[in-house]
Design a protein around this ligand. Structure first.
Ligand code: C5P
Length: 222
């Protein structure tokens, strides 16, 4: 029997990260935060002075990326070449750079197998933009998680405030709209629901309501 995968795709700020980790925890499944791989690739490129439009060089870097996701005292950490980057890769600026390298076909190809390696028993929750359309096309349950751009900007704003970072709501909204545009309009693996995805608009749903809804959908799939 194939190892089950639940794919959760959607635009930035729709709550995919939070929802995916809660669902994975509840099921005892593995978690793939594919956006982190693009964020790490961009971070590594900047660190090594590689131009973000040098497709071959960035792809080579993505292919050999030295990353680890250890869990210490129940807290997941992200290490790039041994350095703690958990906070650094979460900034809007890194998100912007990630979406630039994510538009390069060779970079996406280089990260494909690394992402598929996360599919381990008893199951995988995969969070990203193309989990259901490209990386795990055979996944039995595919979710497309959305919310209005205004609501997503509001949530990001709160998240950043809680992390002690500053950002204006209006500039966050502009960044979200710009990133949406780049992610949906790129020629490779553009952000869009898979044909067999279930779309869930979370604008007016709480986090526990979304988690509950996903658990119900999974139970229906058997
Ligand atoms: O989800 P997150 O905001 O961490 O993703 C950062 C960027 O990485 C996205 O804006 C998108 O351009 C890119 N990405 C992608 N494919 C994925 C995950 C993320 O292109 N599966």
């Amino acid at each position: 029997k194939p190892i089950p995968v639940l794919t959760i795709d959607g635009p930035g700020g729709a709550g995919k990260g939070t929802i995916s980790s809660l669902v994975a925890e509840r099921l005892g499944w593995h978690l793939l935060d594919s956006g982190a791989l693009y964020r790490l690739t961009a971070t590594a490129a900047v660190k090594h002075g590689i131009a973000l439009d040098d497709e071959a060089a960035v792809a080579a870097l993505a292919e050999s990326l030295d990353v680890a996701f250890p869990i210490e005292n129940g807290k997941p950490r992200t290490l790039l070449e041994g350095d703690e980057v958990s906070q650094a890769i979460r900034t809007e600026q890194t998100g912007e750079l990630a979406s630039q390298v994510a538009a390069l076909p060779a970079v996406r190809a280089a990260l494909l197998q690394r992402q598929r390696d996360f599919q381990k028993a008893p199951g995988l929750v995969a969070d990203g933009r193309d989990m259901g359309t490209v990386v795990f096309v055979d996944a039995p349950l595919k979710i497309f998680l959305t919310a209005s751009a205004e609501e997503r900007a509001r949530r990001r704003h709160l998240q950043l405030q809680e992390a002690g970072m500053n950002a204006s709501l209006s500039s966050l909204l502009k960044e979200i709209q710009a990133r949406d545009a780049r992610d949906t309009q790129r020629s490779v693996a553009p952000l869009k629901p898979a044909d067999d995805a279930i779309t869930l608009d979370t604008t007016r749903l709480s986090i526990p309501e979304v988690v509950e809804r996903l658990a119900e959908l999974l139970a229906q799939k058997g």
